[in-house]
Design a protein around this ligand. Structure first.
Ligand SMILES: N[C@@H](CCC(=O)N[C@@H](CS)C(=O)NCC(=O)O)C(=O)O
Length: 195
């Protein structure tokens, strides 16, 4: 049985969505970052974390990759050019979308107040829109990394949803249509219903 530590309102959403797509059972241990239930097993206290067979796996993309490889779905087989292409898109989303949103969050409420630089936010918002267009131009297939739904779609759609909540707007009609399609998936709706 997989134990997922985190909350729906965090990057744990990605892991829950992957588990729902895979159709494997899991338990959600509700934990905010640095909750003692989490720091007891993972001192950095970041969410999500996955407990499996007394081992802890951290970082949402590493967790999703592990689950997808293990269950043989939502990912291109390792050691192929196509997998390298998928990984490249995944890393681009982390570098150019997640990192920009995370910088916005850090300077809004994560860092100690005296370390926040609110003036950086307009620059981050500009960068976000530019990077979304770059990514939209790069993706030429129905899904983020090819002809089928993968964990890269989960990562990207989660970032697009996060951006709505964080008021990071973009002007790509293509990405808006893409996100709408991804949110229509049953597994996505099941995780939303956990809220
Ligand atoms: N790269 C990690 C980032 C994890 C992360 O930063 N999670 C946030 C919540 S979504 C957190 O725990 N923040 C608390 C902190 O940074 O101390 C992932 O993808 O899981």
């Amino acid at each position: 049985m997989y134990e997922v530590f985190g909350s729906i309102a965090s990057r744990a959403f990605r892991v829950l969505w992957a588990l729902e797509e895979l159709g494997v059972p899991y338990t959600l241990i509700h934990a905010k970052p640095h909750d003692p239930v989490l720091t007891a097993i993972y001192p950095a206290g970041k969410v999500p974390a996955l407990k499996v067979d007394d081992q802890i796996i951290t970082d949402s993309t590493a967790i999703m990759t592990y689950l997808a490889d293990k269950h043989g779905a939502l990912i291109v087989p390792a050691g192929t050019i196509e997998r390298a292409q998928q990984d490249a898109i995944t890393h681009a989303v982390i570098d150019e979308i997640d990192a920009v949103l995370w910088a916005g969050a850090r300077h809004s409420f994560v860092l100690p107040e005296e370390r926040r630089v609110p003036d950086v936010k307009p620059s981050l918002k500009w960068e976000f829109d530019r990077n979304i267009h770059r990514l939209a131009d790069r993706i030429t297939t129905p899904f983020a990394a090819g002809e089928t739904f993968t964990i890269t779609d989960i990562l990207l759609t989660h970032c697009l949803n996060w951006a709505v909540g964080a008021k990071f707007e973009h002007t790509s009609d293509k990405m808006t249509a893409y996100a709408k399609e991804m949110r229509a998936r049953d597994a996505f709706k099941r995780v939303r219903a956990l809220e």
